[in-house]
Design a protein around this ligand. Structure first.
Ligand code: GLN
Length: 480
């Protein structure tokens, strides 16, 4: 068994044919993860006992002739902003260094019920704020493709563990690109489903109207299988949709001939030429599969970054107010009043990026500035969503780059937050509109760095997105 190339389908087959047991598989994943972690720092914790118990249960069911579930034995890593019962969940923050959640996120619970074995918690930017994983209080993650480079962020650990092959699939979160951008930097598949498709119960809130949970995988079909298992209505999250969950895996087999694909012209401004060349090759691949390629315009795209950084900071400033030293967190010592205790706890506990966002968010929500910033940003958000709606009147899907550049060197963009924020220029719009979007591997630059292509479809048209992504992956030979 070679854990670093296994797919969910191969695991099913291997277990059925008794080539390996779930326990052997999970032990191998844990051994490999421990060995690789000194290089990448992608795991904050390995959950040996929990993974072993899940695998033993799968083996027991198999021996008894029971159905072990669609994800039986699959080694899964979970981003550390998603809570796991009795397993430390830090959100990449010093503030939560001792936080042991009393419950599981719905997504985690559903995947475990489907047979998955949680092997560990993946490193990430503090409270999911960042694009390089350099904002983690527990040190940066290194990109397994090139250890001098970042894996992207904020779900950098989740992308890295799938790329290095220590986990077969993982969970990340995406608020402004945090699944798709690291997926593109590490050369794996990353999916941001429609807002409301997957319950956010147990996802530690950053910007609630933009936060999504989604899967990372080595191929499109595996991502489709994982999404199906965790999607669907959850009474614990009022924003989770009632819509039935289709068979995403079946959509992966359909032909794309005759689909109309829009290429938005605004998404090629500021694009690095090596990335651009790969994306053009990707578009030609789709054309060769019988897709009609048309140019479209999403005219409000240039306002997306400003709009996002007003809305997400406003929501973050409110969501992060709960970390006050009274609940959840480590409490700073030495305070003489409760006010001082709040100040000391928050001052010592939050990293620089969180502080920057809390201050920006408090400012844009404050009396006198609310109309000028927050309200205006909400209006721009509606215009951005309308751009997509109009485009989808004439096209079935949109294809764009994921990031303007491939993985950059550690430290390269730390000095200038604006430069870092620009990494998300092509991914933020999908979150603002709440539509499904994903990153699919699209070859490498001449220097060998992965490039991802982004596919976006209408609300709840994950089947259309997987259909196109899967055909693209097959045509390009990007499949595992
Ligand atoms: N990089 C973006 C930010 O820093 C997106 C983060 C995310 O999607 N969680 O806010």
């Amino acid at each position: 068994m070679n854990i670093s190339t296994l797919t969910i389908g191969q695991i099913r087959k291997g277990l059925r044919e008794k080539s390996f047991s779930a326990s052997e598989l999970v032990q191998e994943a844990l051994r490999f993860a421990a060995a690789e972690n000194s290089k990448t720092n992608a795991y904050l914790l390995l959950s040996e006992e929990r993974a072993a118990a899940a695998a033993a249960e799968t083996d027991r069911r198999l021996a008894a002739g029971d159905d072990p579930g669609p994800l039986a034995g699959v080694p899964l890593a979970v981003k550390d902003v998603i809570v796991t019962r009795n397993l430390r969940t830090t959100c990449g923050s010093k503030l939560l260094e001792n936080f042991i959640p009393p419950y599981d996120a719905t997504a985690v619970e559903r995947l475990e019920r489907a047979g998955a074995a949680i092997i560990g918690k993946a490193n990430c930017d503090e409270f999911a704020m960042g694009s390089s994983n350099e904002n983690s209080a527990y040190g940066p993650v290194r990109n397994p493709v090139d250890l001098d480079r970042v894996p992207g962020g904020s779900s950098g650990g989740s992308a890295a563990v799938v790329a290095q092959g220590t986990a077969v699939v993982s969970l990340g979160s995406d608020t402004g690109g945090s699944i798709r951008q690291p997926a593109s930097f590490c050369g794996v598949v990353g999916v941001t489903p429609t807002y409301g498709r997957v319950s956010r119960y147990g996802l530690v809130a950053f910007a609630s109207s933009l936060d999504h949970i989604g899967p990372f995988a080595r191929n499109v079909e595996d991502a489709a299988v994982v999404l199906r298992e965790m999607a669907g209505r959850d009474p614990h999250d009022a924003t989770s949709a009632h819509a039935p969950v289709p068979d995403y895996q079946a959509a992966c087999q359909q032909s794309v001939s005759g689909m109309t694909i829009g290429v938005p012209r605004e998404y090629f401004d500021g694009l690095n030429s090596e990335t651009g060349d790969q994306i053009q090759k990707g578009i030609q691949l789709l054309q060769a599969q019988g897709c009609n390629i048309v140019e479209v315009s999403l005219p409000h795209t240039p306002y997306a970054i400003a709009c996002y950084y007003i809305i997400c900071t406003a929501e973050a400033s409110s969501n992060l107010a709960r970390y006050d030293g009274v609940r959840y967190t480590t409490r700073a010592a030495g305070a003489r009043s409760i006010g001082e205790m709040y100040n000391l706890t928050r001052g010592e506990g939050f990293g620089a990026e969180c502080k920057r966002r809390i201050m920006l968010g408090t400012y844009v929500l404050s009396a006198g500035y609310y109309d000028a910033y927050y309200l205006k940003a909400q209006r721009v958000r509606a215009l951005i969503a309308r751009d997509f709606q109009r485009a989808f009147e004439t096209v079935d899907a949109l294809v764009t780059p994921v990031s303007p550049f491939p993985a950059f060197k550690l430290g390269e963009k730390l000095a200038d937050p604006m430069e870092m924020y620009l990494s998300d220029i092509y991914t933020i719009t999908g979150d603002l509109a709440g539509i499904p979007c994903m990153s699919v591997p699209c070859g490498t630059t001449p220097g060998g760095l992965p490039v991802g292509v982004q596919i976006l479809t209408r609300h709840f048209d994950e089947p259309g997105m997987f259909r196109l992504a899967s055909a693209f992956e097959r045509a390009g030979g990007f499949q595992v």
